[in-house]
Design a protein around this ligand. Structure first.
Ligand code: TYD
Ligand code: MG
Length: 471
């Protein structure tokens, strides 16, 4: 007897099961497994003999240089993230929370490209043509020759686009609303999304046009349902921002044709997204000068230095297990810094709640932020404001040593440019040269920094100071 094909598919991660169950073993999500018609997912084509393969020519690895021709859209913050423009035939997936501004960003990209004389098509599966027009009007883009349609059938879209010379860019907003005849499952299911994406990717590779697929994101930041699509596309971009802030950050999560550490910074205004060419100024614009618990981190995002404020609050806890909350930084990185402070610097935090926040809604991934985070934490605990004109960077090792980090000179230069006067840096970074002319305070062990900050603590705060030993 033929074995039954598994036909229950997790709508979150695409794992297949032979029977229904409440929890997906692969991704751990509950109630995401739904029955899908696996037999029709690969249509057997009744009455037709299986197609015989067609031989194709194999190419040598060497050969005429085939430089991938790129097309920049002209929005510098966007082009930086794609790696200098759209590669022919490439497919990008743009993920982001609902309402973050994905449609706004893409209509601006399409308009910029169309104004540059390239054919750009915007297909909306979520909004009617009138709604997209209304937005374009608000953005002052009505005059741009973008070709627009509200369609959801992939076959119709491919047929329309193949009709004449292929466009240079096609935007599909969103992939979850698309459906293909080749698959019988309901629209929005993993099988449909995968089928639709496959058909569009095939079209992109064949015609050489670039396609941007919009993908919805679930509350925990995964691109909903079609996580499988992430593996099929050439680049995955994520558009992020804190609801209460106007900043939006475009980040490449995966990029076959470019860097993955570059970010593009935008501000959402009444007239659409505005590029922020110098993000440091923006992230430092609302600084609380002279309050304890804040430190300025001199970071690097991709090739661009970026100064950002790290804020900490350390307060006595009333709970049995103290709280450790972090926004914009890695939770386990915070735990590590706290453990090093306790073990090597005599800072007792087991009776304190700890809150750490990266200002402006930015998310930092660099270990170089360790030193700035530690400085902010100790400053809050000791109630000792840090010098307002100082920046911090350095990685902290488990032994309590402060390790050098890459691109020290670029970090110092940016700090100088923004009017900072001194930098607290790892000792080994000193040899890297200090063309910026900042006063350097080099630190070999974290405990040196802790005692320096504790010494700044005001004497009226004896109660708090008792929590800090002498290292
Ligand atoms: P939208 O691009 O529709 O988000 P997404 O496609 O990611 O769901 O953006 C919606 C939000 O952006 C909405 O809350 C209004 C805001 N917005 C502005 O603030 N200014 C503008 O010019 C536009 C077009 C939108
Ligand atoms: Mg939208």
């Amino acid at each position: 007897m033929a074995r039954r094909e598994p036909s229950f598919i997790c709508q979150n991660c695409g794992a297949a099961y032979g029977r229904w169950q409440g929890k997906c073993d692969a991704c751990g999500e509950w109630n995401t497994i739904a029955e899908e018609n696996a037999a029709t997912a690969r249509p057997p084509m009744p009455g037709r003999a299986p197609r015989k393969g067609r031989p194709f020519a194999l190419e040598p690895l060497s050969g005429e240089a085939h430089e991938a021709p790129r097309l920049a859209c002209g929005i510098a913050e966007f082009d930086r993230v794609t790696g200098g423009g759209f590669v022919r035939g490439s497919v990008l997936l743009l993920g982001g929370d609902p309402g973050i501004g994905k449609s706004t960003l893409l209509i601006q990209v399409a308009a910029a490209l169309a104004r540059g004389g390239h054919r750009a098509v915007y297909i909306s599966g979520e909004e009617a043509v009138a709604q997209v027009r209304l937005r374009a009007e608000r953005l002052g883009l009505s005059g741009a020759p973008v070709e627009l349609a509200a369609e959801t059938s992939v076959e119709d879209i491919v047929a329309t686009l193949s009709d004449r010379a292929p466009p240079r860019l096609v935007i599909i907003d969103s992939i979850q609303t698309m459906w293909t005849d080749a698959v019988e499952s309901a629209p929005g299911t993993v099988t449909q999304v995968r089928g639709a994406a496959q058909a569009l990717i095939r079209f992109a590779k064949r015609s050489g046009c670039a396609i941007i697929l919009v993908g919805h994101v679930t509350k925990d930041g995964q691109i909903a349902g079609p996580r499988v699509v992430e593996h099929m596309v050439d680049a995955v971009l994520s558009f992020e921002g804190e609801g209460s802030h106007q900043f939006r950050i475009l980040r490449a999560v995966k990029n076959r044709y470019g860097p993955t550490d570059e970010i593009g910074v935008f501000e959402m205004t009444g007239a659409g997204l505005r590029e922020i060419a110098n993000p440091s100024e923006l992230f430092l614009s609302e600084r609380d000068l002279g309050s304890p618990g804040t430190a300025v981190f001199a970071g690097i995002e991709g090739t661009r230095p970026l100064l950002v404020e790290i804020q900490a609050l350390v307060a006595p806890t009333s709970l049995g297990t103290p709280r450790r909350a972090v926004v914009g930084w890695d939770q386990s990185r915070l735990s590590m810094v706290l453990a090093v402070l306790e073990a090597h610097c005599g800072v007792r935090l087991s009776g304190h709640d700890v809150y750490l926040n990266v200002a402006g809604g930015l998310r930092i991934q660099e270990p170089a932020a360790d030193l700035a985070a530690a400085a902010a934490l100790v400053s809050s605990l000791a109630n000792a404001p840090l010098p307002a004109d100082a920046v911090y960077f350095g990685e902290i090792s488990l032994s309590g040593a402060v390790r050098p980090v890459a691109q020290a000179a670029a970090r110092l230069k940016e700090a100088k440019k923004l009017g900072f006067g001194r930098a607290v840096i790892p000792e080994a970074a000193r040899d890297g040269g200090n063309d910026a002319g900042l006063a350097l305070d080099s630190i070999a062990m974290l405990s040196n920094l802790v005692s320096a900050i504790a010494a700044r603590g005001t004497r009226s705060q004896r109660g708090e100071r008792r929590a800090i030993g002498d290292g």
